[in-house]
Structure formats: structure tokens, C-alpha cells
Design a protein. Structure first.
Length: 92
């Protein structure tokens, strides 16, 4: 959908199109395994804990989190633990 809207994005964790099929939208802490949610915080380590604990299938995140989560940013000394079939989508 983002591609159809010409919205630039990066994704992490999606293996195929079924990994990004969702049925509803929820908050990050109450999301189920077929939900879309978003992470609005950029505070580490709270943001890492929220993403790791979430059951959401698809989590929209700020591009600013890429550095924090994957490129050795502050608090990212350990790799992000991803649940199976969880996908992070980074947008501006």
C-alpha cells in the first residue's frame, strides 16, 4: 500500500506478502498477531522493549529508529529480538 502511495519506506522482518497482511489496528501494547500498530516513541530502551513485547504483525516506526535498533545507536548493544512473522516498517 505504501508503494502505491509513493511513500518511501524500509521494512525489516517481512519474508513475503502474507507477513504484512493485517486485519485490524491496535495500540502497541494490546495488539494481537494479525494487527497493525505504530511506535511513536524514540526513547531507548523503552522503544526496544515495546517492540519486542508487542504481538503485532506489522509495526510502523519512525526512520529515526533504524539507527537506534540496528546500527549501534544508544542502547542498542544487544540485537532486537523479533518474534516470528513480525514486520517493522520505517517511514518518515
Amino acid at each position: 500500500m505504501l508503494s502505491d502511495l509513493d511513500v518511501p519506506f524500509r521494512s525489516y522482518g517481512a519474508k513475503d506478502r502474507f507477513d504484512t497482511c493485517v486485519r485490524s489496528v491496535s495500540t502497541i501494547d494490546k495488539a494481537m498477531d494479525d494487527d497493525l500498530t505504530f511506535c511513536s516513541s524514540d526513547k531507548t530502551p523503552q522503544v526496544i522493549a515495546s517492540i519486542e513485547k508487542s504481538n503485532a504483525k506489522l509495526i510502523l516506526c519512525s526512520n529515526a529508529l533504524i539507527r537506534l535498533l540496528f546500527m549501534g545507536g544508544i542502547g542498542a548493544s544487544e540485537p532486537l529480538s523479533m518474534k516470528k512473522h513480525k514486520c517493522l516498517v520505517f517511514v518518515n
